[in-house]
Unconditional design. Sequence first.
Lengths: 114, 111
Amino acid sequence: DAMVIQNPRYQVTQFGKPVTLSCSQTLNHNVMYWYQQKSSQAPKLLFHYYDKDFNNEADTPDNFQSRRPNTSFCFLDIRSPGLGDAAMYLCATSRDLRPGHEQYFGPGTRLTVT
Amino acid sequence: DQQVKQNSPSLSVQEGRISILNCDYTNSMFDYFLWYKKYPAEGPTFLISISSIKDKNEDGRFTVFLNKSAKHLSLHIVPSQPGDSAVYFCAASEENQKVTFGTGTKLQVIP
């Protein structure tokens, strides 16, 4: 089945130790998104790629970076994780940016910072 | 500033009855609205959407109503089934802009 896959599902890292979360898709969608979701809060968009074009949200901290080496894969790098970065990180894809193209989400990676 | 608000964190409904999930928004530029459903340990999945040019969209047991003057939309599920128990997210977007999500409402359908 075509899908959005996130690895690992659970990630524990130490305060200040760089960590990378990965996402892959078999849908061949143009757009890939990274969201951060904290408990009882709405998913918050960090950035998205439209093909190779990177779009950063204005309030996304510089500590968060992303790479999209090809259509299928997208990575979220947290350079120096703080305790406040503990959250669920959701990857999503969509065929296009235009309204009407719903997003397909992966199961998420739950990040714990110790 | 939360532009999409779901003021009810949770809702319990008897099986077979109607579930009504509500969502309010503040940005009058939003022109497309979506509902996503999320089961535990899974990502959100798209459920139903509505364009701002419509006031109702129906898909089987699911109907979304949009009241633009009140900046309010609602999702009706009838009849409710135990498998509908999940967290429901309301979301909204402007043309070619990001999707803004609400905080979600946890629906429990009691058999």
